[in-house]
Design a protein around this ligand. Structure first.
Ligand SMILES: [Fe+2]
Length: 526
């Protein structure tokens, strides 16, 4: 494929913009497109020439996406990959020019802005366009074009103005979409909702070995950049996932499986040399496949945490509990407490991020203060007899410090979002983590997995958790997501579950609806 494209390029001698593609072709036949060394919206560091090359087939196999919305801007994403599972995605090693359009209608009769961007092989021919000049609190449609190919249209929106007083926000929280353990059928249902936003809480890909109970990755454990790219391409090829990206903007956290199971900071989950090289490759591939309002990483460090404001209705602090954490204590494997556990003062957020979070929450005028985080915050260690050291239970001093801050500042309407465990749960958070009688100061909504399998001994653990006073709802066995509807008076939590992730068309329904009243800490069952 590359040889054919290179030959076509060498044969082509058109000037920039003089596209000679086979217009109207979208059936897999080739099309000539323009290469460029000019600067665009994507950083350009790869080899570039000005001329034309030929694409062998539709390059929009991975769909499109939008994310990180602001009142006047949103990031549009695509990645050109005619043959996405091959090295290089089937693209020649050239910078190519992609056109983009933003309209107020899905027929693109009212185009409000458009432009071109470079797709650089240095970043897997991904495209990140920062579209500015948009109206706040408004819906738009976008699409990309290259040669004779046009992407499917996507729908996106801006956030309300920073000083606006919105009446409503509807968003889904989702996480954990293992390809080998199931189909992302939950997205079919999510796409039928009229959501403003998706908050993705991590485990967008799994780096692990080839085969699971439902499907095969077709490749072994991932360690290098090409491997991570191919893994993202496999996941992004799923039509259910593409369809949900086309419905609204997403914002992202990562958890461990975007890099390595249970990794902690610069420590691999199972110890391996050169882990930071692997982390750098994984972080670059994450950038390449997400609509991030960030420059690409230049090494193993990548600051992705940040805020999202929805007028004064809600502020999300999207935190990173992987990159800056200390190692899991007591050997890391779930089990009983070791002597060091009760006073272990390891950090999950790192000092800088923790200060940033506290400063932001202290100064916030948002009605709903949302900490979007990867791992479960609630106390579920059964008196220290069974502890998952990878979640906040394993970092007891850091957790209590955050609780002391929330209680000390008398912050209202604090809601913590988490995922990771492939269970669904809703609960109250007490001011003292280990005291079930302490006053409620926050609520937690644990999102179950889109497709990843249940935890071991799910039924038994479900029975144990049901006995915990703080936990208002727990489902250890179902796949799905949480649909959240926020108003100025109330947060409605709708836990949506599907019958199973073993088919791409699994039926589903809202399993339970719970509420939080503004100004009243904790969960109100209806
Ligand atoms: Fe997961």
């Amino acid at each position: 494929m590359l040889a054919a494209a290179a030959a076509a390029k060498n044969a082509a001698c058109g000037s920039p913009g003089d596209e000679t593609g086979d217009e109207g072709s979208s059936d897999g036949s080739g099309t000539s497109v323009t290469t460029s060394g000019s600067t665009g919206d994507t950083p350009t560091t790869g080899e570039s020439t000005t001329g034309e090359i030929e694409l062998p087939s539709d390059p929009f196999t991975l769909g499109t996406a939008s994310g990180d919305p602001l009142p006047d801007s949103v990031i549009l994403w695509t990645r050109l990959a005619p043959t996405p599972l091959e090295p290089g995605g089937g693209m020649p090693p050239e910078v190519v020019v992609v056109e983009w359009e933003v309209a107020t209608d899905d027929a693109f009769t009212d185009i409000v802005t458009s432009g071109t961007a470079d797709a650089d092989p240095t970043f897997a021919h991904s495209v990140h366009v920062d579209v500015g000049g948009l109206e706040p609190d408004s819906w738009y449609w976008y699409r990309f074009k290259i040669g004779s190919y046009t992407s499917a249209p996507g729908r996106t929106r801006t956030t309300p103005a920073r000083d606006a007083k919105p009446e409503k926000l509807r968003f889904a929280s989702a996480c954990c979409q293992s390809y080998t353990e199931g189909y992302p059928a939950a997205y079919i249902h999510m796409a039928e909702e009229d959501l403003d936003l998706v908050v993705f809480l991590g485990d967008y890909i799994y780096e692990n070995a080839a085969t699971g109970p439902i499907r095969s990755h077709g490749s072994p454990v991932v360690f290098d950049l090409e491997g991570y790219r191919a893994r993202y391409a496999l996941y992004k090829s799923q039509p259910e996932l593409q369809a949900m990206h086309a419905r609204c903007p997403w914002v992202f956290l990562w958890d461990d499986h975007e890099v390595d199971n249970d990794y902690a900071g610069d420590l691999a989950g199972e110890g391996e040399p050169d882990f930071l090289l692997r982390r750098a490759a994984a972080y670059q591939a994450f950038y390449e496949h997400m609509p991030l309002r960030l420059p690409p990483p230049t090494g193993p460090d990548y600051k992705i945490y940040g805020t999202l404001h929805w007028g004064d209705l809600a502020t999300f602090w999207l935190v990173d509990t992987r990159q800056y954490r200390d190692d899991q204590i007591c050997g890391g494997e779930p089990g009983g407490a070791c002597p060091e556990w009760p006073t272990y003062d390891g950090t999950l957020l790192g000092d800088e991020q923790e200060t940033w979070l506290q400063d932001g929450m202290r100064d916030s005028d948002a009605i709903w203060k949302v900490i979007a985080n990867q791992v479960v915050f609630s106390t579920v260690n059964f008196g220290g007899t069974f502890i998952n050291f990878d979640q906040w239970d394993g970092y007891p001093v850091a957790r209590q410090r955050l609780l002391d801050f929330i209680a000390g500042e008398a912050l209202e309407n604090v809601v913590i979002l988490s995922g990771d465990l492939h269970v669904g749960g809703v609960g109250d958070i007490g001011a003292i983590a280990e005291d079930e009688e302490s006053p409620v100061v926050a609520a937690e909504i644990v999102t179950t997995s889109i497709s990843s399998s249940s935890i071991d001994d799910a039924e038994a653990i479900g029975g144990l958790v049901a006995g915990l006073k703080r936990i208002r709802h727990f489902n250890a066995v179902s796949r799905g997501y949480v649909s959240n509807e926020l108003t100025r008076e109330q947060w409605a939590i709708r836990c949506f579950t599907i019958d199973g992730a073993d088919t791409p068309t699994s039926p589903g329904a809202v399993e339970i609806e719970l509420f939080i009243d503004a100004g009243v800490p904790g969960i109100r069952p209806e």
